[in-house]
Write a protein that binds this ligand. Structure first.
Ligand SMILES: Cc1ncc(COP(=O)(O)O)c(C=O)c1O
Length: 397
């Protein structure tokens, strides 16, 4: 039991996992390996820290809490740096190869050999911040024009971060899903290329590359751990992070892979709705969650293919847990290191603490004193103004 966060009963759905091998087929070991080979050569590449929160683990009654801190990733603030930028490079590879009539190498595009060709390939995407920042960063490095569509609620700070990387940022009325539609339509009308982290019928290569890029993070975790975690709590937006990590862990640890627990904001809970329905299902967002990166009403079908087989449990958390969790990480229990994290990063942590404070739920999730729980701290302080307000005591963005 713990009194670290206000007591909250979480919505829980225990899934009946579909049998299958999507974790090996949707993103193959070769897809992960190709992404790793490329990304690990980028300037500034360095594994991010895997932090043990031992005092917290003791306090909530589990054996270990391991927090993969993606804040320092390539100086971009989130794990998304691994996905959009790699997918951008792969789109450029396919398009430049087609235009020149021969296969060009990723490394040659990266080194600027095809800069003139890249300058003619405009890449676009919708984003709630972090994916767009990754894409803008990739376009800047590879020499391609970049257009980013953001919805009404994306903070000014996150928009500015993308403009600073040379992207043209277009703010539309409506929510995230509306911005995805807008990006698609504009691209179709202008001959631009969408680099999305979510798939749809007939569109699968960029989202697969995005998830393959996330595999770098998984490899780093597996390299550090001698034994598999018992659980991994994965926060979900469209599900790409969760699916990429779940597939990577399954490929690495096989039957010993950790139990996958999906965590979403109650305000944007399309994955738990899909779990309950037994198929990919949309969720009508009525109010924007503070967890901007998780504010998605429509699962990525490719991600759902993996999660329908890999996810054992789905949880939702109320926004009221977010700010106290950010503060708890930054001002930790004695003995634990301080971590500065953004609002979407703490969803897994918040759900774990709340679940451990509810004995019935902890039991349903198989959480016990020997559990070793992996959390993905998916972003650092991606919006300093919001972080400042939270640290000053505010519980709303
Ligand atoms: C910080 C952060 N965490 C988690 C996610 C969720 O990722 P996905 O949409 O792939 O589920 C996002 C997505 O933007 C994010 O920015």
């Amino acid at each position: 039991m713990s009194d670290l966060l206000p007591f909250t009963r979480l919505d829980h759905f225990a899934a009946t996992k579909q049998p299958g091998d999507a974790a090996l087929q949707v993103i193959t070991p070769q897809d992960f390996a190709a992404a790793r080979t490329e990304i690990c050569q980028w300037p500034g590449y360095k594994p991010t820290p895997l932090i043990s929160l031992a005092s917290l683990a003791t306090r909530i009654g589990v054996g270990a809490v391991l927090y993969k801190d993606e804040g320092p990733r390539f100086g971009l603030g989130s794990f998304k740096a691994l996905g959009g930028s790699y997918a951008a490079l792969r789109v450029l590879q396919r398009e430049i190869s087609a235009r020149l009539g021969h296969e060009v190498k990723l490394a040659d595009i990266r080194k600027g050999k095809y800069r003139a060709e890249a300058a003619k390939v405009t890449l676009v995407s919708a984003t709630d911040g972090n994916h767009g920042r990754s894409l803008a960063w990739g376009c800047q490095r590879f020499g391609a024009p970049c257009r980013i569509y953001i919805h009404a609620e994306v903070s000014a700070g996150r928009a500015a971060a993308m403009r600073d990387l040379g992207a043209e940022v277009i703010r539309i009325d409506g929510d995230y899903d509306a911005s995805v539609l807008f990006a698609k339509q504009d691209a179709a009308e202008n001959g631009w290329f969408v680099v999305s982290d979510t798939s749809w019928q007939g569109y699968s290569e960029p989202p697969r590359d995005v998830m393959a890029g996330y595999g770098v993070m998984v490899q780093e975790i597996c390299d550090e751990l001698k034994q598999p975690p018992s659980h991994v709590f994965l926060q979900g937006g469209v599900g790409g992070l969760a699916a990429g990590v779940a597939a990577g862990l399954r490929q690495h640890w096989g039957a010993q892979a950790p139990r996958v627990v999906i965590v979403e904001p109650a305000l944007a809970a399309c994955l738990i709705a899909s779990g309950r329905a037994g198929r990919s299902t949309n969720f009508a967002i009525k109010e924007e969650t503070l967890m901007a990166g998780l504010s998605c009403g429509e699962p990525s079908p490719m991600a759902w293919q993996i999660l329908s087989e890999e996810a054992a449990d789905f949880l939702t958390i109320p926004d009221s847990l977010v700010a106290p969790s950010v503060r708890l990480l930054a001002r930790p229990l004695p003995g634990d290191p301080s971590v500065e994290a953004g609002e979407s990063a703490v969803a897994g942590l918040a759900a774990l603490i709340a679940a451990c404070a509810d004995p019935a739920l902890a039991q349903q999730l198989g959480l016990a004193s020997d559990s070793r729980v992996l959390l993905i701290g998916s972003e650092g302080v991606t919006d300093p103004e919001i972080f400042g307000r939270i640290m000053a005591g505010s519980d709303v963005a």
